[in-house]
Design a protein around this ligand. Structure first.
Ligand SMILES: Cc1cc2nc3c(=O)[nH]c(=O)nc-3n(C[C@H](O)[C@H](O)[C@H](O)COP(=O)(O)OP(=O)(O)OC[C@H]3O[C@@H](n4cnc5c(N)ncnc54)[C@H](O)[C@@H]3O)c2cc1C
Length: 435
């Protein structure tokens, strides 16, 4: 018997594949719903994502989506989503992609040159090199400030000066080691995992956990308090005790720390040191008639040095126009994350007002919002900084004691990564059982 702890996408994915293989398990979830960070809210007029907005699927992830029966439910964003903007020199400027990179004046001549020189850049970093230092060494500071910084802040709520390149972008780290250049690495491995496509679902991202939860053995309102080791594991939860031969952790590092404190003789404190910055997601709709110009694209990222209050803003109306009334424009703003901790230190009313003021100023909007909602993640996305190394060592030692894991604080935070890791763990467990 296997007990899986945590019914977010990671726990659901491993449960789904164990179920498919006929391996006995139970999935314990502390709340009354499945999905964890995946949290869609639908009202009669709006569909908003309080957590993830989209799934980036390569061939393997697409196979998983096919297998779980969600292919017909896919909702692709409008093609304008290819246009990404960065706030630079006091306004949004389109981030040049493809050949436009050469001709646009977004980057200086020297920054463009650094991209060509990367191919033959022989410099080397060390195991503890940060994302910022890696990109500055291989490209230039300008690329870090105007592309890497807002990207890392927008996707990971992170700070490139703190995050490790080896843990955050292991593929790029390996490309440098193997090919001596990340551009060379990309060109050599271009088609191996297929083209990646980003999408959501008609009823939002919540469709993935809802679909998985329909066919797995999940027990809600089952918060695990402790795991004790006797002949078998005794997993104590507020819905009862469960005897297990193996345990799978699929919950945040700080929650794993809480439930393991009665078990592990080894030092587990590193689990409590993984940093999860606070982040607020604020949805705001304005009447289009009140806007000087209606933007057209995926959204805008805000480099720290741009000095804005929000870390970035998605133009949700452009991506999925069906998700708000036709005469309105829906924006999703992000406040907080590792680089904006001061900005998220205010109460909800102040954060909302600050967001409204900034949106009105930047987008030249005359009227007031017709809709606004805030969701605060007290602990949002785990940061792959130097502190995560010690936490990963704890995981290794736990696995030797039959406590496995599939989590977003190792091996990638994206939903795509979590789906793949859940599937891989079920395969590994099946293999071990057949030995
Ligand atoms: C605001 C935000 C935006 C994001 N945007 C994107 C995006 O656009 N695309 C993307 O790919 N990824 C995105 N991510 C990342 C991605 O959503 C998460 O990394 C992923 O959903 C994490 O899933 P998980 O199952 O590992 O963990 P969680 O979702 O944290 O699930 C853990 C589960 O464990 C349960 N639990 C905790 N303690 C206990 C206990 N003691 N007993 C039992 N159960 C317990 C919790 O209730 C929860 O359901 C975003 C994340 C956030 C926060």
């Amino acid at each position: 018997m296997i007990v899986i702890i945590g019914g977010g996408i990671s726990g659901l994915a491993v449960a789904w594949y164990l179920q498919k293989k006929g391996i006995e398990y139970v999935l314990l979830e502390s709340s009354e719903r499945a999905g964890g960070n995946i949290l869609t809210e639908k009202t009669d007029k709006y569909l908003i994502e309080k957590g993830p907005n989209s799934l980036l699927a390569d061939n393997e992830v697409q196979e998983i989506i096919d297998e779980i029966g969600l292919t017909d439910r896919i909702l692709y964003p409008e093609s304008v989503s290819k246009n990404r903007y960065i706030f630079k020199d006091g306004k949004y400027r389109k981030l040049p992609a493809g050949p436009a990179f050469l001709f646009s004046d977004f980057f200086s001549f020297n920054a463009k040159l650094s991209v060509f020189k990367e191919y033959s850049n022989k410099s080397k970093g060390d195991e503890n090199e940060t994302v910022a230092s890696f990109f500055e060494r291989r490209f230039s500071k300008e690329i870090v400030d105007n592309a890497v910084n807002p990207f890392v802040s927008g996707i990971y709520a992170g700070d490139p000066e703190q995050m490790l390149i080896r843990k955050t972008f292991p593929q790029l780290f390996d490309f440098e080691k193997e090919y001596g250049s990340i551009i060379k690495g990309f060109l050599k491995t271009k088609s191996s995992s297929g083209r990646r496509v980003s999408y959501s679902f008609h009823n939002g991202m919540q469709e993935i956990p809802d679909q998985l939860a329909k066919s797995v053995n999940i027990k809600y309102n089952s918060e695990v308090q402790s795991i004790e080791k006797g002949e078998k594991f005794i997993v104590k939860s507020n819905s009862g005790e469960y005897l297990a031969d193996k345990v799978i952790l699929s919950l945040p590092a700080f929650s794993a720390f809480e439930i393991l404190s009665t078990l592990a003789s080894s030092e587990i404190s590193p689990l409590n040191n993984v940093h999860y910055p606070e982040l607020a997601v604020v949805h705001t709709a304005f009447k289009k008639a009140d806007m000087q110009a209606v933007p057209n694209g995926f959204g805008g990222l805000h480099p720290k040095k741009a000095g804005l209050y929000t870390a970035g803003c998605m133009w949700s109306s452009c991506l999925f126009p069906v998700r708000c009334p036709e005469d309105e424009f829906l924006l999703t703003s992000f406040v907080g994350g590792s680089q904006f901790e001061q900005e998220i230190s205010y109460d909800n009313d102040t954060v909302r007002q600050n967001v409204t003021n900034e949106l009105k100023r930047v987008y030249e909007i005359d009227g007031e919002p017709v809709f606004q909602k805030i969701h605060r993640w007290k602990k949002s996305i785990p940061q792959y900084t130097q502190k995560i190394d010690a936490a990963h060592e704890v995981l290794e030692s736990l696995e030797k004691q039959d406590i496995y894991h599939t989590i977003n604080w190792e091996g990638g935070v994206s939903i795509a990564d979590c789906l793949k890791k859940g599937k891989a763990l079920a395969e590994k467990i099946e293999k071990n059982m057949n030995k």
